[in-house]
Unconditional design. Structure first.
Length: 122
């Protein structure tokens, strides 16, 4: 696995070096609105620790951080009242996954019917 890049844009947001449109924060996660929303609700949730991807996070983060992060996702879903009509979470990973920012993040998309999951790759 490659090394975490300290100067990625989400690391800079975590350090307060660049602003974000914050919607949630606790000890384990920070969440903010995506700068280029793909749905009426498009929130990015990032762990406070330095993890590149969902697999890096799952393998290397302490269980408390993993639990805290997914509790944060659930808290945001509840605060935004997304569960009733449904929503989508996405964790793009690596080259084939189309990941642009190499700090693990979960997209929460909702507020409208989102259509098919992905365009077909085959
Ligand atoms: P991904 O392709 O999964 O790595 O998604 C990265 C996401 O970060 C994209 O949806 C971008 O629109 C979003 N993004 C990039 N820079 C910022 C920023 N400064 N504030 C909020 N969202 C951002």
């Amino acid at each position: 696995m490659s090394t975490y890049e300290d100067n990625n844009i989400f690391a800079k947001i975590l350090r307060g070096e660049i602003p974000c449109d914050k919607v949630y924060e606790d000890d384990y996660a920070l969440a903010f609105n995506d700068i280029n929303p793909q749905a009426p609700v498009h929130i990015l949730v990032i762990p406070k620790g330095s993890y590149i991807s969902i697999d890096d996070f799952g393998v290397n983060a302490p269980a408390e951080e993993v639990a805290g992060f997914y509790k944060a996702v659930a808290n945001i879903v509840a605060e935004k009242e997304l569960a009733g009509d449904g929503f989508r979470t996405i964790a793009n990973t690596g080259l084939n996954g189309g990941q642009e920012v190499p700090h693990f993040h979960v997209h929460i998309l909702g507020g409208a019917a989102l259509g098919p999951m992905i365009s077909k790759a085959v």
